[in-house]
Design a protein around this ligand. Structure first.
Ligand code: RNT
Ligand code: ZN
Length: 410
């Protein structure tokens, strides 16, 4: 990186070294499910629960060894501190019934993470399963169904706590359920009260160590085939999380297209100490396209940085595209998250804030536009080289090679 670049940023009051340090320390949780189209290792059949992968690109990882091989490849190109985000369906060894999945089913993952200095996060898998009767789980009118998934989640708390203990890194368990209705509900309240009760039973079902792990709930606006009513709506989970002292997870694909997701972050941090994210990219009905470095992503990164939220956020990614090289998709999405955070860390927020507070909106506009052309790309290249990683151009060529040599032979 040229000295002129550092000096230029310094003239805006920005210390490039400080920005690079913060970026390197910020943990990004890489979702393993981009690599196998959310299939997992249970052979549970086609994905269901209002989510869908489209495309049939060759080379999908079909088991633990292929998935970790692809993950290792992706890790070679994703700078900074990383965690891996797992779902219950990625249990290994002798496959057990979903409700019985416990810490033993994740020891291979712990070994994998330990060897690489990675953290792990966990998600109960409450979709693609026969006990999702009529598509319902924790909000089902059938007590057997609710109890089944309550047990699955209580075991999840134990798995998550084990991850945190074994790896010495904080861990998140996130609960997302697809429960909802295709057409106008006759009863909106009943399912919500049942969901509330089920969540209470989960949280009181195991006394997990709150100093090393967190639990979050993830709302959604609608799903495919679940267009008219989502039990776990935004208001439902916001209030649930606030009243129970747990986290609310913001999936950036789970709001109405005209809502500005980034605007929610400062509102949330006004009342919550910590926040969780699934950073994604919604397109039409789909909430899970690969992250692009677009304004939506930049706004989210800017707000996290401005709210001093880097250390108070669980930043997870959530997209799944089966129509392109899956390893490349994971790398590009993760690199874009890092790029957005870097750009956010290099922006002179204090100057902008001062201008706003002194009613100088002309200066706000001028400065906002001026900083867009600062040479952040050169800082990005520097970051990659310090991390021992090749640039985007070479990365693409090398992943192409991996595709020829490994993925296309599957
Ligand atoms: C679905 C939710 C959920 C899943 C993953 C697989 O709409 O975003 O987080 O994508 O858990
Ligand atoms: Zn999500």
């Amino acid at each position: 990186m040229r000295k002129e670049v550092k000096d230029l940023y310094l003239s805006y009051g920005i210390d490039v070294e400080e920005a690079l340090k913060k970026l390197k320390e910020t943990k990004i949780s890489l979702h393993c499910w981009q690599l196998d189209d959310v299939m997992g290792f249970e052979n549970s059949g086609d994905l269901s629960g209002g989510i869908q992968t489209t495309g049939n690109y060759p080379g999908r990882a079909r088991n633990f060894s292929e998935l970790t091989k692809d993950l290792d490849k992706a890790l070679e190109y994703i700078p900074g501190s990383k965690k891996i985000n797992l779902h219950a369906i990625y249990q290994t060894g002798k496959i057990v019934e979903r409700k019985d999945i416990g810490p033993e089913q994740f020891m291979e993952w712990v070994k994998y993470a330990k060897e690489r200095g990675l953290g792990l996060d966990y998600n109960p898998t409450i979709f693609t399963h026969p006990m999702m009767v009529d598509g319902l789980s924790l909000s089902s009118p059938d007590k057997n169904v609710r109890d089944y998934w309550i047990k699955h989640c209580i075991n999840g708390l134990k798995i998550t706590e084990m991850f945190a203990k074994e790896l010495g890194q904080k861990s998140l368990m996130n609960i997302w359920i697809p429960d909802g209705l295709k057409d106008s509900p006759a009863d909106r309240m009943g399912p919500r009260l049942r969901l509330k009760d089920s969540l209470d039973k989960i949280l009181s079902g195991y006394d997990y160590d709150k100093s090393i792990m967190d639990v979050s709930v993830e709302s959604k606006v609608f799903g495919i085939g679940i267009e008219s009513y989502t039990v776990g709506s935004n208001e439902f989970y916001l209030n649930y999380a606030a009243s129970r002292g747990i986290l609310n997870l913001i999936d950036s694909g789970h709001y109405h297209p005209t809502e500005v997701v980034a605007d929610k972050i400062s509102s949330m941090y006004s009342f919550y100490d910590k926040l969780a994210f699934h950073v994604s990219r919604p397109v039409r009905w789909d909430s899970d396209h690969v992250l692009k470095l677009n304004d939506d992503l930049q706004d989210i990164a800017d707000e996290i940085v401005k709210c001093d939220g880097l250390e108070r956020s669980y930043i997870g990614l959530d997209f799944f595209d089966a129509s392109i090289n899956r390893v490349l998709a994971l790398i590009i999405g993760a690199r874009n998250m890092e790029k957005a955070l870097l750009k956010a860390l290099l922006n002179p927020w204090n100057l902008l804030k001062d201008a706003q507070d002194s009613y100088d909106h002309s200066k706000v506009l001028a400065l906002q536009e001026e900083i867009k052309t600062l040479p952040w790309g050169e800082v990005w290249e520097e970051y990659l080289s310090r991390e021992g990683m090749v640039n985007d151009n070479l990365m693409f060529k090398e992943i192409r090679l991996y595709e020829e040599e490994v993925l296309s032979k599957r």
